[in-house]
Design a protein around this ligand. Structure first.
Ligand SMILES: [Zn+2]
Length: 251
Protein backbone atom coordinates (compact mmCIF):
# COMPACT_ATOMS: atom_id res chain seq x y z
CA UNK A 1 0.00 0.00 0.00
CA UNK A 2 2.82 2.35 0.85
CA UNK A 3 4.52 1.65 -2.42
CA UNK A 4 1.29 2.21 -4.29
CA UNK A 5 0.70 5.46 -2.51
CA UNK A 6 4.24 6.46 -3.36
CA UNK A 7 3.81 5.63 -7.02
CA UNK A 8 0.51 7.44 -7.18
CA UNK A 9 2.28 10.49 -5.85
CA UNK A 10 5.03 10.07 -8.37
CA UNK A 11 2.59 9.63 -11.22
CA UNK A 12 0.62 12.66 -10.15
CA UNK A 13 3.77 14.66 -9.71
CA UNK A 14 5.13 13.70 -13.12
CA UNK A 15 1.90 14.68 -14.80
CA UNK A 16 1.47 18.08 -13.21
CA UNK A 17 4.91 19.39 -12.30
CA UNK A 18 8.20 20.13 -13.98
CA UNK A 19 11.09 17.72 -14.11
CA UNK A 20 13.22 19.30 -11.36
CA UNK A 21 10.36 19.07 -8.86
CA UNK A 22 9.72 15.46 -9.78
CA UNK A 23 13.34 14.61 -9.13
CA UNK A 24 13.08 16.24 -5.74
CA UNK A 25 10.04 14.09 -4.89
CA UNK A 26 11.40 10.80 -6.16
CA UNK A 27 14.85 11.22 -4.66
CA UNK A 28 13.98 9.98 -1.14
CA UNK A 29 12.30 6.83 -2.45
CA UNK A 30 14.96 6.03 -5.05
CA UNK A 31 16.44 3.46 -2.70
CA UNK A 32 13.33 1.29 -2.98
CA UNK A 33 12.48 0.58 -6.59
CA UNK A 34 13.25 2.39 -9.82
CA UNK A 35 10.34 4.61 -10.76
CA UNK A 36 9.84 3.04 -14.24
CA UNK A 37 9.03 -0.26 -12.50
CA UNK A 38 6.64 1.47 -10.14
CA UNK A 39 4.81 3.08 -13.00
CA UNK A 40 4.60 -0.11 -15.06
CA UNK A 41 3.11 -2.02 -12.11
CA UNK A 42 0.72 0.76 -11.27
CA UNK A 43 -0.95 0.86 -14.68
CA UNK A 44 -2.64 -2.58 -14.52
CA UNK A 45 -3.66 -2.28 -10.85
CA UNK A 46 -5.41 1.01 -11.48
CA UNK A 47 -8.01 -0.89 -13.51
CA UNK A 48 -8.78 -3.11 -10.47
CA UNK A 49 -9.96 -0.36 -8.13
CA UNK A 50 -13.57 -1.48 -8.60
CA UNK A 51 -12.90 -4.93 -7.07
CA UNK A 52 -14.42 -5.64 -3.64
CA UNK A 53 -12.40 -4.73 -0.53
CA UNK A 54 -9.92 -7.30 0.75
CA UNK A 55 -11.51 -9.99 2.96
CA UNK A 56 -11.26 -9.13 6.61
CA UNK A 57 -10.90 -11.19 9.75
CA UNK A 58 -12.92 -10.33 12.85
CA UNK A 59 -12.29 -11.30 16.45
CA UNK A 60 -14.31 -14.43 17.33
CA UNK A 61 -15.01 -12.82 20.70
CA UNK A 62 -16.76 -9.53 21.36
CA UNK A 63 -14.86 -9.20 24.66
CA UNK A 64 -11.38 -9.31 23.10
CA UNK A 65 -10.04 -7.36 20.13
CA UNK A 66 -8.22 -9.32 17.47
CA UNK A 67 -4.90 -7.63 18.09
CA UNK A 68 -4.75 -8.85 21.69
CA UNK A 69 -6.54 -12.19 21.20
CA UNK A 70 -3.31 -14.07 22.00
CA UNK A 71 -3.48 -12.76 25.59
CA UNK A 72 -6.47 -14.99 26.41
CA UNK A 73 -5.25 -18.31 24.98
CA UNK A 74 -5.92 -20.90 27.68
CA UNK A 75 -4.75 -23.85 25.61
CA UNK A 76 -2.78 -23.46 22.39
CA UNK A 77 -3.22 -25.43 19.21
CA UNK A 78 -1.28 -28.70 19.09
CA UNK A 79 -1.02 -30.49 15.76
CA UNK A 80 -2.08 -34.14 15.91
CA UNK A 81 0.10 -36.78 14.32
CA UNK A 82 -0.44 -37.41 10.64
CA UNK A 83 -0.28 -40.97 9.46
CA UNK A 84 1.35 -42.22 6.29
CA UNK A 85 -1.90 -42.22 4.34
CA UNK A 86 -2.54 -38.52 5.08
CA UNK A 87 -5.03 -39.06 7.88
CA UNK A 88 -4.80 -37.39 11.29
CA UNK A 89 -4.94 -38.99 14.69
CA UNK A 90 -7.64 -37.79 17.06
CA UNK A 91 -5.18 -36.79 19.79
CA UNK A 92 -3.45 -33.44 20.47
CA UNK A 93 -5.52 -30.24 20.33
CA UNK A 94 -7.20 -29.49 17.02
CA UNK A 95 -8.02 -25.87 17.85
CA UNK A 96 -7.14 -22.97 20.09
CA UNK A 97 -8.95 -22.30 23.37
CA UNK A 98 -9.69 -18.67 24.18
CA UNK A 99 -11.10 -17.49 27.47
CA UNK A 100 -10.73 -16.64 31.16
CA UNK A 101 -12.82 -17.05 34.28
CA UNK A 102 -13.72 -13.47 35.14
CA UNK A 103 -12.52 -10.05 34.14
CA UNK A 104 -13.71 -6.70 35.47
CA UNK A 105 -16.28 -8.61 37.48
CA UNK A 106 -17.78 -10.35 34.44
CA UNK A 107 -17.51 -14.04 33.64
CA UNK A 108 -16.23 -15.13 30.25
CA UNK A 109 -19.02 -17.68 29.96
CA UNK A 110 -21.98 -15.95 28.37
CA UNK A 111 -20.01 -13.55 26.19
CA UNK A 112 -20.87 -13.28 22.48
CA UNK A 113 -19.06 -15.59 20.05
CA UNK A 114 -18.71 -13.94 16.64
CA UNK A 115 -17.99 -15.14 13.11
CA UNK A 116 -14.29 -14.56 12.37
CA UNK A 117 -14.93 -14.56 8.63
CA UNK A 118 -17.86 -13.87 6.36
CA UNK A 119 -19.38 -17.08 5.03
CA UNK A 120 -22.30 -19.46 5.29
CA UNK A 121 -23.38 -21.89 7.98
CA UNK A 122 -21.99 -25.41 7.36
CA UNK A 123 -22.93 -27.08 10.66
CA UNK A 124 -25.22 -26.45 13.63
CA UNK A 125 -24.75 -29.13 16.25
CA UNK A 126 -26.79 -29.18 19.42
CA UNK A 127 -25.11 -30.50 22.54
CA UNK A 128 -23.23 -33.50 21.21
CA UNK A 129 -19.79 -34.65 22.30
CA UNK A 130 -17.10 -33.42 22.12
CA UNK A 131 -18.00 -29.93 20.81
CA UNK A 132 -21.26 -29.45 22.68
CA UNK A 133 -23.26 -26.75 20.94
CA UNK A 134 -21.23 -26.00 17.84
CA UNK A 135 -21.43 -23.70 14.82
CA UNK A 136 -19.34 -24.09 11.68
CA UNK A 137 -18.98 -21.42 9.00
CA UNK A 138 -17.71 -22.06 5.47
CA UNK A 139 -15.84 -19.24 3.74
CA UNK A 140 -15.17 -19.68 0.01
CA UNK A 141 -11.68 -19.13 -1.42
CA UNK A 142 -12.63 -15.65 -2.66
CA UNK A 143 -13.44 -14.59 0.90
CA UNK A 144 -10.09 -15.60 2.38
CA UNK A 145 -7.34 -13.20 3.41
CA UNK A 146 -4.25 -13.46 1.22
CA UNK A 147 -1.94 -14.38 4.08
CA UNK A 148 -3.95 -17.51 4.95
CA UNK A 149 -4.08 -18.63 1.32
CA UNK A 150 -0.31 -18.18 1.15
CA UNK A 151 0.65 -19.75 4.48
CA UNK A 152 -1.65 -22.76 4.12
CA UNK A 153 -1.24 -23.09 0.34
CA UNK A 154 -5.02 -23.22 -0.09
CA UNK A 155 -5.91 -24.04 -3.71
CA UNK A 156 -8.46 -21.98 -5.63
CA UNK A 157 -11.92 -23.49 -5.29
CA UNK A 158 -11.34 -24.81 -1.77
CA UNK A 159 -13.11 -23.36 1.27
CA UNK A 160 -12.00 -22.51 4.78
CA UNK A 161 -14.17 -23.86 7.61
CA UNK A 162 -14.16 -22.18 11.03
CA UNK A 163 -15.64 -24.04 14.00
CA UNK A 164 -16.91 -22.55 17.28
CA UNK A 165 -17.53 -24.98 20.14
CA UNK A 166 -18.90 -25.30 23.70
CA UNK A 167 -21.53 -22.64 22.99
CA UNK A 168 -24.87 -21.76 24.57
CA UNK A 169 -27.77 -19.59 23.47
CA UNK A 170 -27.26 -20.33 19.78
CA UNK A 171 -28.67 -17.70 17.47
CA UNK A 172 -31.57 -18.83 15.24
CA UNK A 173 -29.32 -19.79 12.31
CA UNK A 174 -29.90 -22.24 9.47
CA UNK A 175 -27.60 -24.38 7.36
CA UNK A 176 -26.59 -22.40 4.27
CA UNK A 177 -27.46 -19.05 5.82
CA UNK A 178 -24.99 -16.23 5.15
CA UNK A 179 -23.19 -14.67 8.09
CA UNK A 180 -21.14 -11.50 8.19
CA UNK A 181 -17.71 -11.03 9.69
CA UNK A 182 -18.31 -10.19 13.35
CA UNK A 183 -21.91 -11.46 13.38
CA UNK A 184 -22.96 -13.05 16.65
CA UNK A 185 -23.36 -16.83 16.40
CA UNK A 186 -24.07 -17.68 20.04
CA UNK A 187 -22.79 -17.07 23.54
CA UNK A 188 -19.78 -18.86 24.97
CA UNK A 189 -20.82 -21.75 27.17
CA UNK A 190 -19.70 -24.92 28.88
CA UNK A 191 -21.36 -27.53 26.65
CA UNK A 192 -19.56 -30.62 25.42
CA UNK A 193 -16.16 -31.59 26.76
CA UNK A 194 -14.68 -28.57 28.50
CA UNK A 195 -12.40 -28.25 31.49
CA UNK A 196 -13.33 -24.63 32.08
CA UNK A 197 -14.69 -21.51 30.41
CA UNK A 198 -13.41 -21.06 26.87
CA UNK A 199 -14.28 -20.85 23.21
CA UNK A 200 -12.75 -23.71 21.23
CA UNK A 201 -11.96 -22.25 17.79
CA UNK A 202 -10.84 -24.57 14.99
CA UNK A 203 -9.83 -23.99 11.36
CA UNK A 204 -9.50 -26.34 8.40
CA UNK A 205 -9.61 -25.95 4.64
CA UNK A 206 -11.15 -28.51 2.34
CA UNK A 207 -13.70 -29.16 -0.40
CA UNK A 208 -16.30 -26.43 -0.93
CA UNK A 209 -20.01 -26.73 -0.11
CA UNK A 210 -19.60 -29.35 2.59
CA UNK A 211 -22.35 -29.57 5.18
CA UNK A 212 -22.11 -31.52 8.43
CA UNK A 213 -25.74 -32.14 9.32
CA UNK A 214 -24.77 -34.15 12.41
CA UNK A 215 -21.54 -34.88 14.25
CA UNK A 216 -20.65 -36.68 17.47
CA UNK A 217 -18.22 -39.06 19.08
CA UNK A 218 -17.25 -40.65 22.39
CA UNK A 219 -20.72 -41.77 23.31
CA UNK A 220 -22.46 -45.07 22.92
CA UNK A 221 -25.55 -43.42 21.47
CA UNK A 222 -23.69 -41.71 18.61
CA UNK A 223 -25.20 -42.75 15.28
CA UNK A 224 -23.09 -44.11 12.40
CA UNK A 225 -23.66 -40.84 10.49
CA UNK A 226 -22.53 -38.76 13.47
CA UNK A 227 -19.41 -40.88 13.82
CA UNK A 228 -18.70 -40.77 10.07
CA UNK A 229 -18.91 -36.98 9.99
CA UNK A 230 -16.70 -36.68 13.06
CA UNK A 231 -14.12 -38.91 11.43
CA UNK A 232 -14.42 -37.02 8.13
CA UNK A 233 -13.90 -33.63 9.79
CA UNK A 234 -11.20 -34.55 12.27
CA UNK A 235 -9.24 -37.46 10.88
CA UNK A 236 -9.84 -38.20 7.19
CA UNK A 237 -7.25 -35.71 5.97
CA UNK A 238 -9.85 -34.34 3.56
CA UNK A 239 -10.04 -31.22 5.76
CA UNK A 240 -6.58 -29.76 6.31
CA UNK A 241 -6.05 -28.68 9.88
CA UNK A 242 -3.94 -25.66 10.83
CA UNK A 243 -3.27 -23.40 13.78
CA UNK A 244 -6.18 -20.90 13.99
CA UNK A 245 -3.74 -18.21 15.12
CA UNK A 246 -2.41 -18.23 11.56
CA UNK A 247 -5.79 -16.89 10.54
CA UNK A 248 -6.34 -14.55 13.48
CA UNK A 249 -2.90 -12.94 13.39
CA UNK A 250 -1.83 -11.31 10.16
CA UNK A 251 1.93 -11.85 9.71
ZN1 LIG B 1 -10.13 -26.74 22.60
Amino acid sequence: MLLCAACAQQAGASATTTAPTREAITAPTSGLTPSPTDQSTQTPTSTLTATPPAPKVCSPLEVQPLKTIREIITQPFAMPRTLGNGTYTDDAHHGVDLGYYTRDGKTFTGSPALAALEGKIAALIHNRPPYGNMVMVETPFEGLPAWVIASQKIPAGASLYTLYAHLQNMQPLEIGQSVQCGQQLALTGLTGFTGGPHLHFETRWGPANNVFAVMAYYRADATPEELANYQKWRMSGEFHLFNPMELLEQP
